[in-house]
Write a protein that binds this ligand. Structure first.
Ligand SMILES: NC(=O)c1ccc[n+]([C@@H]2O[C@H](COP(=O)([O-])OP(=O)(O)OC[C@H]3O[C@@H](n4cnc5c(N)ncnc54)[C@H](OP(=O)(O)O)[C@@H]3O)[C@@H](O)[C@H]2O)c1
Length: 260
């Protein structure tokens, strides 16, 4: 079966990662059934409808995780389902724990369901996703980077597991197309302290007003390594973090998110 005949579903298609996924799937010739909560909201939909191939091969459906059975008829007959829909919260203190818990419980429930129903499932577990935005609105994971380049006075004493949104979208497709893909794939391009991020941004952009001081006098939160081996076994080539940072800031500029 050619890709053009392959019908796949992407849930939460208007989101940050899903928009890139839909773009790459259409580029590869797939027919995409995309679910969104409100297909009539042009702000959520316009960037998807403008993608190459969308006119011919993108079909929109309404789908809400909080409504039982909402996705049943959409996924029916699909070769594969890329399930990305999820509330992604924007607070990195206490509620972040609830977000992490929700992801852990949701993944455990999905593995149980897949096992009980003989579904061939693979999970993609990205770190902190950055990279250019296709959607017109700001998403949660690029917010800390926007804050940093948008007049922050201090550098957070924090370390993140950075990964490019295009790598995350590609990994989903590589995992789908590779019949031997199995289990979980952690995607982390590089673990880096915010101080190092600011250093790279300073070299890349002379026009940015970047912070100089760390938020506290404590030792820097340490970095560590996350193996790329399994993700690379899918054929994924990670985007260098310098490229991701450059493209993210350029995207902020293009979308006029920068106020300084
Ligand atoms: N970005 C990251 O750093 C990161 C890292 C690890 C994992 N992830 C996971 O990757 C997935 C996509 O994340 P993202 O960063 O692309 O987030 P995003 O831009 O916020 O996209 C999430 C999408 O989920 C949809 N959604 C929210 N609640 C829903 C509900 N009740 N029913 C149906 N759809 C709903 C939203 O749809 P509406 O447009 O209708 O609001 C939105 O389009 C999520 O599962 C997230 O947990 C993200």
């Amino acid at each position: 079966m050619s890709e053009a005949e392959k019908v796949v579903c992407v849930t939460g298609a208007s989101g940050y990662i899903a928009s890139w996924l839909v773009k790459f799937l259409l580029q590869r010739g797939y027919t995409v059934k995309a679910t969104v909560r409100d297909p009539n909201n042009p702000r959520k939909m316009e960037h998807l409808l403008a993608l190459d191939g969308a006119k011919e091969r993108l079909h929109l459906f309404k789908g809400d995780l909080l409504k039982e059975g909402s996705f049943d008829s959409v996924v029916d007959g699909c070769e594969g389902v890329f399930h990305t829909a999820s509330p992604v919260i924007n607070n990195f203190t206490d509620p972040q724990l609830w977000y992490s818990l929700s992801k852990t419980l949701a993944e455990a429930a999905a593995w149980k369901f897949a096992k009980e129903n003989a579904i061939d499932m693979v999970t993609i577990n990205p770190g902190f996703v950055i990279g250019p935005l296709l959607q017109p609105t700001l998403n949660t994971s690029v917010e800390p980077l926007l804050k940093l380049v948008n007049g922050a006075k201090i550098i957070p004493n924090a370390t993140y597991r950075w990964v490019d949104v295009r790598d995350v979208a590609n990994a989903h497709i590589l995992a789908f197309e590779n019949p031997s893909a199995s289990g979980r794939y952690c995607l982390v391009g590089r673990v880096m302290h915010c101080y190092e991020v600011v250093k790279i941004l300073r070299e890349l952009f002379s026009d940015l007003n970047l912070p100089e001081k760390s938020e506290d006098d404590k030792p820097f939160v340490p970095t560590y390594q996350v193996s790329k081996e399994r993700a690379e076994s899918l054929g994924l080539n990670f985007t260098p973090v310098e490229v991701s940072l450059k493209d993210t800031v350029e995207s902020f500029k293009e979308k006029k998110f920068l106020s300084v």
